[in-house]
Design a protein around this ligand. Sequence first.
Ligand code: ADP
Ligand code: MG
Length: 635
Amino acid sequence: MDGVIKLLPDLVANQIAAGEVIQRPASAVKELMENAVDASADTIELWINDAGKKLIMVVDNGTGMSPADSRLCFERHATSKITRTDDLFSIRTLGFRGEALASIAAVAQLELKTRRQEDELATIVRIEGGKLLHQEPGTHPVGTTIAVKNLFFNVPARRNFLKGNNIEFKHIVEEFSRVVLSHEQITFKMFNDGRELFHLPASNLKQRIVNLFGGHYNSRFVPVEQDSEIVGIRGLIGKPEFSKKTRGEQYFFVNGRYFRHPYLHHAVLKAYTELIAESQFPSYFIFLTLDPAQVDVNIHPTKTEVNFIENQSIYAILHTAIRNALGKHNLTPSIDFETEPAFSDYFPANRPVVNPTISFNPDYNPFENDSPAHAPQQSSHAPASFARQTSMLNQRGWEKLYEDDRKTDAGHTHGSLTPGEAGTPDPQTTDSGGEEQEDTSMYAGNEDTRLIQLHNTYIIASLKSGLLVVNQQEAHQRILYEKFIKDMAKAEPVAQHLLFPIQLSLTPQEHLTLDALTSELNALGFDYHPEPDGTVSVTAIPADMPQESVPDVIESLMHQWNEEIRDHQGATKMARHLAARLCVKAGTPLSPPEMQALIDQLFNTEMPESSPSGKKTYTILPLTDINQYFTFNQP
Ligand code: ADP
Ligand code: MG
């Protein structure tokens, strides 16, 4: 019987390899652009149609290829960049595995036109699904043009797996950015569906950043520079006051190649300690120069992860370099540490917010039996009477919600809903039974109805059946979430129109993302339009969103928004995200009326028991359980 092991045909092998190297249009963009850089081009153009699904074309004026190489370059492991294993450890070019062109050709319809200086005629090669269709002489300026059409045309599973155009295009712009940032001496242009999106003339790094991200980046950075035997460091790092709440631009390059490195990222963050709030991120563009033998770039097929032999030394040197750069430029904290807007900002302005007051009755004598302590006039003494009365009503309302469950526990069902009234004898309250009367005046003076904030995180209320413990952060998320959902369902969202529009400076990438989010944001009450100078004017925002949080909220939506936004649940997810973003956080002190409002609103929601992400918003410690702590069984 014949053996069962067969060698994979080349085409199949290439398609499999292609899956590893070419995951999406952006991967092809990266490979083609890197090849153009390696070919010493000084002008490189990228043309994209239909987010790269129809066309990815890179035009360079580099060295070009000979007629023989024009065909060879599509063979697997065809590379001009490595001949011996030793080369692997000294390689300074971007590509070297010789897989990219073979992989792309295996899954697309590809046309190559190329000419070297010394050749009179160019070579034109057409190749489709890895099969050479034809090769002929033609005309082309010195350099190379590679057009990749209908990527994954022969691998429907992969094509279907691609995301919407907005997402794929964002990935392309990201790859483009990585290449152009590390090669400021090369002129780059990028065209999207025939329209010029970037024109980046050869310049220096700072100018490149400004050209790529926009003029407002001009004053945001300070240079960092440090030479040592192990590593050379240069680049630009963000001034602390321009740090962002969400990851902004964080770029590491080693020997001209973009890479990710959580450990070194930490070195940078640590250097900013005390200069920026913990929840913020600095921007940085840091270029390391290292002996290639000290770098292992090959640990990941797409080569964004690298390893350094001298990891720890590089960490220390980088950390010091950044500390020094920040120190040299006197970036002492002129920083706004305020991380979250005040809780009260989220409540309508007409809700009275009052300071907690202590009211007492000077005539009260605890040793007198018929104490007038709860005389009605007592209530008018306090300035918070309005808040108190509404609170009392509401408090009764929400206690009703679970009263029925507790009736039997509490031991009686009769009449009063007064919080704190319990069927089980309580030595502290039985002594002064008068306190159990229903009287709004008891609110401030009676411990039973006072709300307590524990660790600035939990709100504790006394119920007749036990203790209610509300997690303020989860509860507020539930409240905001339902509010946003309701707002979105309205034909006309409840918006506040701004007399003075809020101006946002966005990068071109952010513009694209914002475009993609427009329908959801409009439904929430946001309205905005682009200005001729490239900024965006926000003219309306959701009704009770504090204005000062708008830039942050929009920034976080754009940066953290993930790929699911386009599905039918986009709006729900956005509501959930906004609620998580805007809710009052654990650790925020709340005034009594704020606590009261939060509890009232929570029990007015459709699902008070859990936050939109499914976490518990409150729990009740039943009195029977509490009693148990104080009973013990005697033998
Ligand atoms: P690698 O870049 O890893 O060598 P590729 O598959 O990307 O492998 O490219 C194969 C070879 O084709 C390169 O080594 C190079 O010699 C040649 N090549 C590819 N693109 C260009 C280009 N734009 N200009 C000149 N030569 C190119
Ligand atoms: Mg390559």
